[in-house]
Design a protein around this ligand. Sequence first.
Ligand code: ES4
Ligand code: ZN
Length: 327
Amino acid sequence: ESLPDILCRMPKAELHIHIEGSLEPELIFALATRNNIPLPYATVDDLRVAYAFTDLQSFLDIYYAGAGVLQTEDDFFAMAWAYLKRAKAENIRHAEIFFDPQTHTERGIPFATVINGLDRAVRRGREELGVSASLILCFLRHLSEEAAFATLEEALPFRDRFIGVGLDSNERGNPPEKFARVFARCRELGLRLVAHAGEEGPAGYISQALDLLKAERIDHGVRCLENPLLVARLAEQRIPLTVCPLSNVKLCVFPDLAAHTIGRLLAAGIAATINSDDPAYFGGYLNENYLATFAALPELGAHEAYRLARNSFQASFVDESVKAGWI
Ligand code: ES4
Ligand code: ZN
């Protein structure tokens, strides 16, 4: 079997996907029309042309604007359902899906509208597609810790609909320590904890996410290589990194895929995984991330393919008994 066939056909988990980042330009236009929301772009192609990013913030501006077309529970359902069907086609058996409630509640959309739509898709995905999926609520780090606490309060009536919390949005100037108290509260509530760190921010933010937030998994984390002691710690403590190669190139974290360090992370014994991040914006879903990364890096072969797939299941938050059946 050829390597591209192995990559596409092997069962895998996706652990770093922002559901708002799966909103395709066609669906943005359809929802804008349905909801009578004016768009500053005349056509789908005009919108796609705007997807030329220079850094994380230049992407976030477009990403939050795109999410503005989501109004009703059915809109949130349609977005998540489209992703889950795609996941099924890519042999994703399990997905842990980020959502950004503050992006919507700040626009006056009730938290219940957001989570009811997403949860309906997740349940139907399990029943009709056989894809296991769970939701992770992300706090926006450019907003205050007080706003994160208020969001947590709004979410608690729906505590059984999400498995954990994360931290996303602009990393620069928004260190993990800003959210230490709200993460401590989430920990008391039994929520699983992850955080974006070391994407644009320094390696020290990864250490802070581990020490101050008690993050169990680090999203991105690629800048850990700037600190050999941190690399040793991540390997020793088996702290998974959810790496997103196409995202890293689109946001200029690496000049191209040939310069990506996922091979070095694996060689250092780190439990790295491959993920799509915001597939509608970064040029590909999960299999495209695997295919393009393996095509660009000669050190990656069948051995690394299986290792990445195994890591994706091991790093997931499913019950150990379920995991044992998958691995
Ligand atoms: C994100 Cl790539 C990335 N980084 C931080 N926050 C995000 N939210 C959506 N995509
Ligand atoms: Zn992300």
